[in-house]
Unconditional design. Structure first.
Length: 182
């Protein structure tokens, strides 16, 4: 519905006083299934609302929320044989760098393996630091693990949902730094 509203020329804004009821998941498995379902549904929306086969590579950018409340910047938008969306953020950088490090180590390229491992370590540290609270380090690490599980479930849901839709969908949840506590 929000896509139709935006296409009709109306602006969509976040309203902090709005009340929204969510179905709470009381188990980690329930939470992961919910995020997997969110990811699996996004390729359908993407394919429905993006005209023609395109490859769009985007990144999250919340720097100008007054003008762009959605917060996605398109870096590349070209023709592609199938509908394809790739949203790049630190979560994906971590996994790509880790994959390159493991592949380079397997094929006997130690310099590349060490460089990629360094990038993976930096990206992983950045990912954990986004919501880290030094006053409660163990809780912060546990919550980072839950966030990671939700992101992974969302990405896997998007990939499998994309296959069902004949599309490539590599999305990610909005992992961003929290506002400072007052």
């Amino acid at each position: 519905m929000s896509i139709r509203v935006a296409r009709a020329g109306y602006a969509l804004w976040y309203e902090p006083s709005a009340k929204v009821c969510h179905v709470d998941r009381h188990t980690i498995g329930g939470m992961l299934r919910q995020w997997f379902g969110y990811g699996a549904g996004h390729p359908y929306l993407y394919r429905k609302h993006v005209p023609g086969p395109r490859l769009q590579v985007c990144r999250l950018d919340l720097s100008n929320r007054a003008v762009d409340p959605v917060g996605v910047r398109c870096l590349l938008d070209i023709w592609f044989p199938i509908p394809a969306l790739v949203v790049v953020n630190v979560f994906h950088v971590f996994h790509v760098a880790l994959g390159v490090a493991l592949a380079a180590a397997w094929w006997g390229a130690p310099t590349v393996a060490w460089l990629a491992a360094g990038v993976a370590l930096l990206a992983g540290g950045w990912y954990v630091s986004l919501r880290f609270d030094w006053r409660r380090p163990w809780l912060s690490l546990a919550l980072a693990g839950l966030r990671y599980g939700a992101d992974l479930a969302f990405v896997l849901g998007g990939l499998l949902g994309g296959l069902r839709q004949g599309a490539l969908f590599l999305g990610v949840t909005r992992t961003r730094k929290q506002a400072p506590r007052t």
